[in-house]
Design a protein around this ligand. Structure first.
Ligand SMILES: Nc1ncnc2c1ncn2[C@@H]1O[C@H](COP(=O)(O)OP(=O)(O)OP(=O)(O)O)[C@@H](O)[C@H]1O
Ligand SMILES: [Mg+2]
Length: 481
């Protein structure tokens, strides 16, 4: 993550403290400059007034004595000073009594300044005069008759150039600027250096934190000193050490869990294999058992068929004979009917045994409408589910939901027989009446038929055995076929 300079701690330190140091040095440099400037101007002022005062002292007796030549000598001595640009002595009316000037000075221009409002003959004062090639301060002082302060004899005016003073002020200005730039830069660099020094441990900590976040838990922060940042580093190192140990513990636990998962997977696979083996062997045993039962049943059925054919045949012959010889013997007729009925029922049972053991001939498949077969089966079984049930005081309803379905390939008589048996089973399971619901439905890969009843239902134990031949819960009434 890159932090913008202005948002970083270092950036804020440098901007704030660096800016503060630049401002402080600027204020100090300005203060120093103005101090120097006012000192220099003060010096200039002092000098000008002292020269004017000196001249006043010297000139007063000569003015009284009207010794003008002596005054002129005097003035020229003063003008020899390189900084004095002019000296003018005026009488009380403002007439020039004597003057002298530096060759660069235009005295007529100077005098015009005294006429234009700057004329204050009675007090010492100064004012600036600007000439084409110089800037001057003109100092004036009144000259009084000796021994009194009321009779003004005239005025002394001394012009002193400000150039050396202004040059010194300029110098002071540039020295101030230079000092400010140098001290400001040093301040900035110093702050940068100090913050770099102070924040280096934090930078190192960030680097270590990044390495740890990438998974390298061995990294630690180097501690230079036990100050606040050092303490932070120590706390950080403790945190990473505890993090590393937690991760190791977690890794170890993960490894254990993975091993447990692997073991469990292996055990499950072994268990499944054993189950498969068991199921396979049980299935094989069961199939074996069914095959032998089927073989035995088919043998018994064959013999039984012959016996029953003989009984049926003989019974029918006896019935014919009885019809011819003593048609009025009703009890014998009834007995023969019972024998014939029993033999026919037995033949029916045998037929079902043979069907179960696949002894019967395979019937040809045809395309048929399943809904039609359902309706037939319901009609065929009507006497059983309607009349017989009602005899026992129970009411059984059959509800059919038969939407249009595609034709299916089947042996219709077999499907009809299955349905018939299922309906009989439902009636048997509903002693006190109920509803048998039959529905068909078209699926993607065929047609589905569902038969449900509101009867007693089957226990898990019964469900487990219903497809076993001869399994019945109906005692002698049921065959389990
Ligand atoms: N709709 C049902 N409700 C409750 N139990 C049922 C139902 N259908 C079958 N059973 C149970 O399954 C057993 C086996 O039925 P299965 O039709 O094979 O033989 P069965 O009805 O006993 O004799 P039969 O050979 O005369 O049909 C029944 O004895 C009964 O216990
Ligand atoms: Mg049955």
């Amino acid at each position: 993550m890159n932090i913008k300079f202005a948002n970083s701690l270092r950036g804020r330190f440098i901007i704030f403290i660096g800016g503060l140091s630049v401002l402080t040095t600027l204020l100090l440099a300005s203060f120093h400059f103005f101090q120097v400037r006012s000192a220099l101007l003060g010096q200039l002022e002092k000098r000008g007034f002292s020269v004017a005062e000196q001249l006043v002292q010297a000139a007063a007796p000569d003015i009284e004595d009207e010794n003008l030549s002596h005054i002129e000598d005097y003035l020229w001595d003063i003008c020899a000073d390189p900084e004095v640009r002019f000296v003018i002595l005026q009488d009380a009316r403002g007439q020039v009594l004597a003057d002298c000037s530096h060759p660069s000075v235009d005295l007529a221009l100077i005098r015009s300044h005294f006429v234009s409002g700057a004329w204050r003959p009675d007090a010492a004062h100064f004012f600036p005069i600007k000439t084409p090639n110089d800037a001057l301060f003109s100092f004036s002082a009144p000259v009084y008759a000796s021994g009194e302060a009321t009779t003004r004899l005239g005025t002394i005016r001394v012009g002193i150039t400000t150039q050396p003073t202004l040059a010194s002020i300029d110098r002071a200005f540039w020295v101030g600027i230079g000092t400010w730039v140098i001290l400001g830069s040093i301040g900035f660099l110093g702050v940068g250096f100090i913050t770099r020094l102070a924040l280096a441990p934090l930078d190192r900590m960030v680097g270590v934190a990044r390495s740890i976040s990438k998974g390298d838990m061995s990294q630690r922060v180097a501690i230079d000193a036990l100050d606040e940042i050092g303490s932070l580093g120590v706390a950080f190192n403790e945190m990473s050490a505890s993090l590393a140990s937690s991760r190791d513990a977690l890794d170890a636990r993960n490894r254990e869990l993975e091993q447990v998962a692997r073991d469990r997977e292996r055990s499950l696979a072994e268990l499944k294999e054993a189950q498969d083996r068991l199921a396979h062997s049980e299935g094989t045993r069961h199939a074996e058992k069914l095959r032998s039962v089927g073989q035995m049943a088919s043998g018994v059925a064959h013999d039984f068929n012959n016996v029953l054919a003989a009984i049926t045949g003989r019974t029918q012959l006896l019935k014919l004979k009885l019809e011819r010889e003593s048609p009025g013997d009703q009890p014998l007729k009834d007995s023969l009917n019972v024998i014939e009925r029993a033999a026919l029922d037995g033949a029916e049972t045998v037929r079902r045994i043979q069907e179960f053991s696949r002894e019967q001939h395979e019937k040809a498949m045809t395309r048929a409408d399943l809904n039609h077969i359902v309706r037939e089966a319901v009609e065929i079984t009507r006497p059983r589910w309607r009349s017989q049930a009602e005899q026992h005081g129970a009411r059984v309803e059959v509800e059919c939901k038969l939407p249009r379905v595609p034709q299916i390939a089947c042996v219709p008589s077999e499907i009809r027989e299955i349905l018939t048996n299922l309906i009989f089973n439902s009636v048997d399971a509903m002693d006190s009446g109920g509803t048998i619901a039959i529905s068909t439905e078209s699926l993607d890969d065929g047609v589905q038929l569902i038969l449900a009843d509101t009867g007693s239902g089957m226990s898990d134990d019964v469900k487990e055995h219903i497809f076993e031949p001869f399994f019945t819960t109906k005692g002698l009434k049921g065959n389990g076929l």
